[in-house]
Design a protein around this ligand. Structure first.
Ligand code: SR1
Ligand code: MG
Length: 411
């Protein structure tokens, strides 16, 4: 049996041994069950369980390349970043992230709470589940983690130390390429367009100079704006849910970036869920209930975020200059502008990029998939170009309805 003093990629039995001997999470004699779980783009995930006590943990180990493609060389330091981010998120948003049990810098592996009683939100939405507490939970998570890690709240030296400790160049590069550049300029030829929709998508995304200019401006903001400790990949595949519980996972993309990046990711992924439900479900009360709930949730994510942000701002902002009349509104205005821009980026990149979403790819009928893709891209472009004026839940819902009407559901 290995003693884990040199890095290697573990198999499930190694993970069990590692949890027992290196992390000390199980008694010496425990007969542990183990399995590899998860089909993410980047890492290896194991569940280890002691049937005698019922105790179980999840282990997440980083490899030197992404699972989705070995084109992506990614530093194994991302596990440290995820672990450190989880500790901070547990302090700022308790109950909304898994509890951590340990981290090992040799094996690049961290241990955390087993959330097997939850489901990945994207999968739940595709089976037409609804999560009544989600908007409340996710807005608390975002407001607490984003506002409470800014310069206007934290001691400035502590904030700068955090910026340094969360420098995450490899994972940021993935986002810079996949989210900000390639959806609008397929320079590495690794985009993956649905063939029957290719010409339309290419025209909309590759031949629009205004769009390219606006995405270049947004990319600069991602490069330079060390505003908040952001999750960095807050889509519905990074969120575990139950009817009464929401847990944000997969924080390896965390770094100091624009706060609106996280909010825009949540909004865009609700739009994907809506596009799927509205396109795929037959006309019925169930379809109406599902799309209405998604609309209400999208609305409440935007409006709840603003409401909670303003309340927490009043309570926690200590930077004296931030008390200047007009500053709070100006600051939130910037976050909302970035939210709209990133909503458009995420809608674009998941439609044409290498990392798709099942909300679109699972649509078997080509005309239906084309319709869902087109409404997402129409909305995306307006979110990016008109981001200065898109500030309310109703603004997003109007755009969604506008895009859906331009592309009616096929018969
Ligand atoms: C190479 S990783 C591709 C995508 O998967 C992750 O979940 C991120 O969203 C990333 O952009
Ligand atoms: Mg992930």
């Amino acid at each position: 049996m290995p003693n884990f003093d040199r890095y290697f990629l573990m198999k499930p039995a190694d993970a069990a041994e590692f949890a027992r001997t290196k992390l000390g999470l199980f008694p010496a004699g425990a007969r542990l069950e183990h399995a590899e779980i998860g089909d993410g783009n980047l890492n290896y995930i194991f569940r280890v369980r002691d049937p005698a006590s019922g105790r179980s943990v999840v282990l997440k180990q980083a490899g030197g390349t992404a699972r989705i493609s070995d084109q992506f060389k990614v530093s194994t330091d991302r596990t440290r970043i995820e672990y450190e981010a989880l500790k901070i998120e547990n302090e700022l948003a308790p109950g909304l992230v898994p509890v951590t049990y340990g981290y090992d810098p040799v094996m690049n592996c961290c241990a955390m709470e087993d959330l097997s009683d939850h489901v990945i939100m994207r999968a739940g939405l595709l089976t037409r589940e609804r999560y009544p507490r989600f908007a409340d939970h996710i807005t608390t998570f975002m407001v607490n983690t984003l506002l409470l890690t800014t310069d206007v709240v934290l001691d400035h030296k502590r904030k700068k130390a955090l910026v340094a400790s969360f420098i995450n160049p490899d994972l940021c590069e993935i986002t810079e390429d996949l989210v900000y550049t390639e959806p609008f300029d397929d320079l590495r030829k690794r985009n993956d367009l649905f063939p029957q929709n290719r010409e339309w998508l290419e025209r909309q995304l590759y031949e629009d100079e205004t769009l390219r200019l606006e995405t270049a401006k947004l990319k600069l903001d991602f490069f330079c704006n060390a505003q908040s400790l952001i999750h960095g990949d807050l889509h519905t595949g990074s969120i575990f849910v139950r009817q009464d519980s929401t847990k944000v996972i997969d924080g390896e993309f965390a770094f100091y970036g624009p706060a609106g990046f996280d909010v825009g990711n949540v909004v865009a992924n609700l739009v994907f869920a809506w596009a799927n439900a509205d396109t795929v479900m037959p006309e019925s009360p169930a379809r109406l209930a599902q799309t209405r709930w998604l609309e209400e949730t999208l609305f409440e994510v935007v409006e709840g975020f603003k409401r909670k942000w303003k309340a927490l701002w009043r309570e926690r902002v200590v930077e004296s200059t931030a008390r200047t009349p007009g500053f709070a509104e100006w600051y939130l205005g910037g976050v909302l502008r970035d939210t709209a821009g990133v909503t458009g980026l995420e809608l674009s990149r998941r439609t044409v990029g290498i990392a798709h979403v099942k909300d679109l790819t699972s649509i078997a009928s080509p005309p239906h998939r084309i319709r869902a893709e087109r409404l997402c891209i129409e909305m995306a472009k307006r979110c990016i170009k008109e981001r200065e004026r898109i500030t309310t839940g109703d603004d997003y819902l109007e755009l969604l309805r506008w895009a859906a009407e331009r592309h009616p559901r096929p018969a």
